[in-house]
Design a protein around this ligand. Sequence first.
Ligand code: ADP
Ligand code: MG
Length: 307
Amino acid sequence: MAIRDILDRDFILFGGKGGVGKTTFAAATAFALLPRKTLVVSTDPAHSLGDCLGHQIGDEIIKIDQAENLYALEISAEKTLERFKMDYRRQMRRLLETAAGIEHLTVSEREKLLSLPVPGADEVMGLKRLMDVMDEGNFDKYIVDTAPTGHALRLLSMPDTFDEWIDVFYNLREKHRFHERAFSKPDRADEFLTALKTSTARLRNLLRAEKSEFVVVAAAERLVIEETKELVHELLGFGIPVRHLIVNKLFPDLDADFARARRDQEQKLLQVIRNTFSHLEITEVGLQPTEPSGIENLRRFAGVLYK
Ligand SMILES: Nc1ncnc2c1ncn2[C@@H]1O[C@H](COP(=O)(O)OP(=O)(O)O)[C@@H](O)[C@H]1O
Ligand SMILES: [Mg+2]
């Protein structure tokens, strides 16, 4: 199964430690997929996709000039959280007001409850945004440049944390209804909870689906290998298949002592990588003389990767 095969998938994510090349591969892969209509999305709060593409990108989908059918989006966690607060504060208030036991709280206590940070609300909203964009179905291919390991894992475990939080609300509301012998019909507040629950669960299902591929990117460095092990382990734990590992920035074979020393060290680490990830298809990519950024360089780099 060559790395080229991932181009057949419709939803391709790149994950790994910071600095290994996630953004670069996400962007280069987009070029490899053209002219199919492609959207490349960054969910890393420290966006560098715009920088990599050499194009201004923001929280709305934008077409990349000089690249037919390429679109990009940097999902802003802050903005989505703001939106979340605005859209749903009313819903939240209603949820609280119709929760059992709420009458024992003072007004200021209720306000405090309302302004409590919802666990991972910004991430969940970021995911919801991604799911909404995908639901609109305007693109053939979706590529995600994910946040560095820790953040991405937090995001993936979010459905559980979030479900717990939602269940607490559900239970409180059920009790309230029982006491009030009130309406048993679901209302807007229920719809809100259900929508959140389904979009987080749907993302996980999508990640496990045939049309998705989570590609792990690494480098031949000790610390990177450690972090990569953890990432692969956790992804598999979530039932997300990992098939491909890209080892990036390998030093060129030059006739110089410095280069030989680097290569020797790398070859040893590469052997460790091959042993550790023997179940994965490993693709080695060399360090390029110049940073693969900007349209021309990315096209060329896509050629190196998917030759
Ligand atoms: N094979 C490569 N050769 C040379 N520079 C590279 C290579 N891959 C990535 N880079 C550079 O390394 C830096 C980090 O890459 P980036 O894709 O931003 O990593 P990440 O998104 O994983 O943090 C960028 O400046 C990028 O241009
Ligand atoms: Mg990046």
